[in-house]
Design a protein around this ligand. Sequence first.
Ligand code: PEP
Ligand code: MN
Length: 336
Amino acid sequence: MIIVMKKRAKQKDLDSVIRWIESVGYRAHLSKGVERTIIGAVGDERDKVRLKAAENMSGVEKVMPILQPYKLASRETKDGNTIIKVGDVAVGGPKCIVIAGPCAVESEEQLMETALVVKKAGASMLRGGAFKPRTSPYSFQGLGEEGLKILAKAREETGLPVVTEVMSASDVGLIEAYADVLQIGARNTQNFALLKAVGLAKKPVLLKRGMMTTLDELLMSAEYIMASGNDNVMLCERGIRTFETAMRNTLDISAVPVLKDKTHLPVIVDPSHAIGQWKFVLPLAKAAVAVGADGLMIEVHCNPQQALSDGPQSLKPERFIKLMEEIESIANIVRN
Ligand code: PEP
Ligand code: MN
């Protein structure tokens, strides 16, 4: 249920409504907008009618059901967009941000070289996997903690916040100690134990859409993270499985405006994992910015032929620089 407070409600009214919500076994989630304050009462759906009684409390304007199955992620419970601060970077604000870097951290030299390139080209954050979810157990699995240390060093060198994947609930503490954003990969979108674990973390989460998840399922996964206490979730469309075999996945470009309509959370697009071929990354990146993506995630490698993972979709530095230049004019049109 959503409890909408009167415009002139006092702080003590707000406090007593929150106390009451908690006393009847719900979690109170406060959203203070410019226009009005909304309190989401989140918990067992079966006896939500009890919450109607809040209509008699001082300062309460009305009590309404939240219609969507996802509550905290829904636009119904929050005025305006969520803006997630990662260091100096604001995700979901006026600027379309770019997260760039190699698929995997392979060595200090490789990451440092790429980090400097993407920084110079204007990227806002650095990406790189230290724990890699590979289809084959014989493929490069990532450098593990050594990779995290290299990422932290690259942050020191460039000032770019780092995004890296967490594959298991038991690794969350370790990764949180090094990274600025915790990435949940497409293969773990519905790993609910992992979602609950990152929900307890203090760092923002980049939640990728699984290759077989609907948008409502993706939003329910975001809800798991938020219901555990972490409101800083960015969603990421990275292509889904369809009957088409000409591409690695099919980028669901329509997911962007539809998600932006359903949720206040920022939406990022990863054209690299969607298309799987470097030469199509630029047009898809442009399309993503044009439909309103709050950011892009782009794989960049200084020597893609030698990459230990995802070389075919990785942009060489000069192609990444071109991408940054070309998306700027589109971002200027659609985000102003
Ligand atoms: C990645 O970003 O490194 C990755 C493995 O992506 P996805 O989970 O979308 O396949
Ligand atoms: Mn990759």
